[in-house]
Design a protein around this ligand. Structure first.
Ligand code: NAG
Ligand code: NAG
Ligand code: NAG
Length: 361
């Protein structure tokens, strides 16, 4: 019995060694062994491409500044902020979308994010089309965990490995934009006031986080909502020409404050884990960073806020905050990623520590 246990241990050590040697062969040293990504269009890298939905940027001019200048399913001109965070963590390849893990190393992580998805299952589905809601993203993660467990020869061994990985969760905007603010299609705004709604969302998110914890997650990055009321699409539909939809900013700030409190609560409750909060409104970008166009989209946008198919985007893309009606340019993603990763760029953005320190724990 003891011998058997020992040989198993040695086998796993060898497997791990082989894994790290493989790292060295390719000259890759990552600060965490893997990165799992949950969220919406801000992080989607192709999961919606085969779904029946309008939230599917698999056409030009999306991706114009990506590797080969081709659309991939990312809702921006180049890299998303989690793409860039992955690179800052040392990953040489982009984390593969769950929809296409063929030929990819799932041991390095998977991206489950889906455009128009929310914490609530119904979010986005009645007005935009199909998506992978957070609950299903977590179910998909459980499938991946089973596959990883098979590779390691058991769930306990797999969990030991998964404990060291980073779990990035950036979701919630669509529960407002494509649910709460669509009162003809969704009942949430008839049932809940903004305080109650934020609480319902954060409660549900909290349960999902607990599920991730059960399957080995220990290092969490929870991202607050941006200024939902100041996107080009929100401004165009606010009814006040040129002005932000302030109510939307106020409602979503309630959610973000509760999310930050959840981080405090979890850091007390789960002493085996570490949670950090990213404040997406702490770094309101301005002209000092080289941005000149703060609230108009770089590409011509359609009524739904997406870039018009095959339209010609602006050429000075590093001067724009927004690429389409909702989504930041990769120039802004660059700054978001750098300040999420390293607090010296903006101490207000990360709480209670930045991603770099979370990775090192
Ligand atoms: C949401 O969807 C998930 C995954 O499909 C399912 O397990 C869950 O029961 C659903 N939740 C609600 C509240 O409908
Ligand atoms: C994020 O930062 C802004 C600016 O410092 C602040 O007004 C806001 O309350 C912060 N949000 C949260 C959820 O802490
Ligand atoms: C992102 O930031 C880095 C470092 O400041 C810079 O070298 C790079 O050109 C930036 N990329 C974009 C797209 O702005």
């Amino acid at each position: 019995m003891a011998f058997k246990a020992k040989s198993w241990l040695i086998l796993h050590l060898l497997l791990l060694l082989a894994y790290f040697m493989q790292h060295c062969v390719y000259g890759e040293f990552t600060q965490v062994p893997c990165l799992f990504i949950f969220g919406d269009s801000l992080s989607d890298s192709g999961n919606n491409n085969n779904l029946q939905t309008h939230a599917k940027p698999n056409y030009k001019p999306y991706g114009i500044d990506f590797l080969k200048g081709r659309p991939t399913g990312r809702f921006t001109n180049g890299r998303t902020s989690i793409d860039i965070i992955g690179q800052l963590l040392g990953f040489k390849k982009f984390i593969p979308p769950f929809a296409n893990t063929i030929g990819s190393d799932i041991l390095k992580g998977v991206n489950y994010a889906s455009g128009a998805a929310g914490i609530r299952n119904e979010t986005g589905k009645r007005n935009v089309g199909d998506n992978i809601a957070l609950g299903l993203q977590i179910k998909n993660h459980k499938k991946i965990v089973s596959r990883i467990a098979a590779k390691f020869g058991g769930l306990p061994q797999a969990k030991h490995y998964l404990n060291k990985c980073l779990y990035y969760v950036n979701i919630g905007s669509n529960d407002y934009i494509n649910n709460y603010y669509q009162p003809l299609l969704y009942s949430t705004s008839h049932i809940y006031n903004p305080d109650q709604y934020a609480k319902v969302l954060v409660n549900q998110l909290s349960n999902y986080i607990e599920t991730l914890h059960e399957v080995g997650a220990r290092k969490f990055v929870l991202v607050g909502l941006g200024q939902v009321g100041c996107t080009p699409h929100a401004i165009a539909t606010s009814g006040k020409p040129g002005l932000c939809a302030e109510k939307q900013n106020i409602d979503t700030l309630i959610f973000s404050h509760q999310l930050r409190s959840l981080v405090d609560k979890f850091n007390i409750q789960h002493l085996d884990s570490k949670f950090i909060f990213i404040n997406s409104t702490a770094g309101t970008p301005d002209r000092s960073l080289g941005f000149k166009v703060l609230n108009a989209p770089c590409c011509p946008m359609g009524l739904d806020g997406m870039c018009i198919r095959d339209s010609k985007p602006c050429s000075n893309r590093n001067q724009y905050i927004f690429y389409d009606g909702f989504h930041p340019t990769s120039a802004l993603n660059n700054i978001t990623a750098l300040s999420s990763y390293n607090s010296v760029f903006n101490p207000k953005m990360t709480y209670p520590m930045d991603i770099k320190h979370l990775a090192q724990i």
